[in-house]
Design a protein around this ligand. Sequence first.
Ligand code: CA
Length: 176
Amino acid sequence: MNDSYSILIIEDEKNILDFMSRTLKANGYKTTTVTSGKAGLSIINSQCPDLILLDLGLPDMDGNDIIASVREWTSCPIIVISARTGEHDKVAALDLGADDYMTKPFSPSELVARVKAHMARYKRLVGSNAQQNDIVEIRGIKIDKTARRVWVNGEEKAFTTKEFDLLTFLAENPNH
Ligand code: CA
């Protein structure tokens, strides 16, 4: 059941990265692992993961900058994994749009439980939003059917009426 969910892990500490990846794979998730913020952003833009596990202290940028940038265009769940235990660190990350905050160290079962909970919540949320607002989101493409606007990997693209209708049809019928 879980194998359609892809999880991106952005973490520069190799042993923690491996531990998280192994744990999630053992529970049926697909994982992509990167050790820098830049690599993380590029994967988020190209592959649009179902959930992001994010370390804040990365070698090339602060994880908070990733949250801010990703939140401009997707509501995909972000769980922060950090050694920073201060209340203001947690509040800052959550304010920027992180969905959860886990303090290192944590157990495999806590990791899996939180990932599961957020995936379930996200699916419910996307399901109900889609009905209310006529938003279709699939593989990095977001379509607002009411406003007839399309974003590809966060960037708005212009389409002709025919192209828009075809794209919407394909997005809503992914098996065709
Ligand atoms: Ca780190």
